[in-house]
Design a protein around this ligand. Structure first.
Ligand SMILES: O=C(O)CCC(=O)C(=O)O
Length: 300
């Protein structure tokens, strides 16, 4: 359970670092499953429904940017979210009724694993209210040199910046946007087993992995059950049809019950359209959409 101090910190800053979010046994199992999944990517030649391959990926040296939807690749990832200390942090921050929006395991390979340009998750999936957050569970130690998550304190209370470039939604802010103040950025480093939490409106990003160690972070993106997607990355639900939508909601329910009366709040919404030429992941949107990099030519 979070302390009043932690709750206050999160409310003011829009991010939080929780140490020892999982037990040693849970961490060991998470790593075993993850390295096994990475191993199974060796003979994959193109990104597919499970893996996003990084440049230079080969049988001898697997290099991934992401394992997609880990909670669908192994039940342990789902059980952990539903039944652990992470579940308590979730309900402390979002209330008793919560859903998983999506999960991903971002695996920055040593020596260059891709940067994630600065963005606000909210820009990808505006909802009827912003009771939404992302957990980032560190499966290996995260230090300044292996591409830690970085966040701008308090940005969750500010504007949603433009994530457009060249007339398309590129999923990143322009580093030259006067509303973007990189000077304020903080790095969220920690020991394996620590967990970051960031609000869906918090500006965040991460540099390439410049170390010789992997950077493995398991992200769970969750929302209160009364936050319903408008359009964008969450809007796949509109294509499911009534029956499949109903099943999908049950499948993603983490705690409590579904809520069929969305809470409508005065939140800033900009529809993330038109899509970048390849909008299949944030990495692809940022690259194919021509996002300007905030990390090139810096030593961050
Ligand atoms: O992997 C990271 O460092 C950040 C990931 C992220 O922000 C995202 O995938 O939306």
């Amino acid at each position: 359970m979070l302390t009043q101090e932690q709750l206050g910190f999160y409310d003011r800053n829009g991010y939080l670092l929780v140490e020892n979010a999982v037990t040693e046994d849970q961490l060991r199992e998470l790593r075993r499953i993850t390295y096994d999944l990475i191993d199974k990517s060796r003979d994959i030649r193109e990104s597919n429904e499970v893996y996003d391959l990084d440049e230079g990926h080969s049988t001898d040296a697997p290099r991934l940017t992401r394992i997609k939807l880990p909670h669908k690749q192994h039940p342990f990832f789902w059980d952990l979210l539903k039944n652990s200390a992470i579940t308590d942090v979730l309900t402390d921050l979002l209330g008793p009724d919560t859903l998983l929006q999506t999960s991903k395991l971002n695996t920055k390979a040593p020596g260059g694993g891709a940067a994630v340009e600065w963005h606000q998750d909210w820009a990808f999936y505006p909802h009827t209210n912003d009771s939404m957050l992302a957990f980032g569970l560190m499966l290996e130690d995260v230090s300044e040199d292996n591409g830690p998550l970085m966040a701008i304190p308090g940005s969750h209370k500010g504007e949603i910046l433009s994530h457009m470039a060249n007339g398309v939604f590129c999923g990143a802010v322009d580093p030259d946007d006067p509303l973007f103040d990189l000077e304020k950025a903080v790095s969220l480093t920690g020991k394996a087993g620590s967990m970051t939490v960031h609000h869906a409106r918090t500006l965040h990003g991460s540099a390439p992995n410049r170390s010789d160690r992997p950077r493995l972070i398991l992200f769970y993106e969750c929302h209160a059950a009364d936050a319903w997607p408008l359009l964008g990355a969450g809007s796949y639900i509109h294509s499911l049809g009534q029956r499949r939508l109903w099943e999908d909601l049950q499948e993603r329910l983490v705690t409590g019950k579904l809520c069929l009366t969305p809470r409508l709040e005065m939140v800033p919404v900009s529809i993330p359209l038109p899509p970048a030429p390849d909008a299949s992941s944030i990495f692809k949107s940022q690259k194919s959409g021509g996002a300007k990099s905030a990390f090139e030519n810096t030593s961050v």
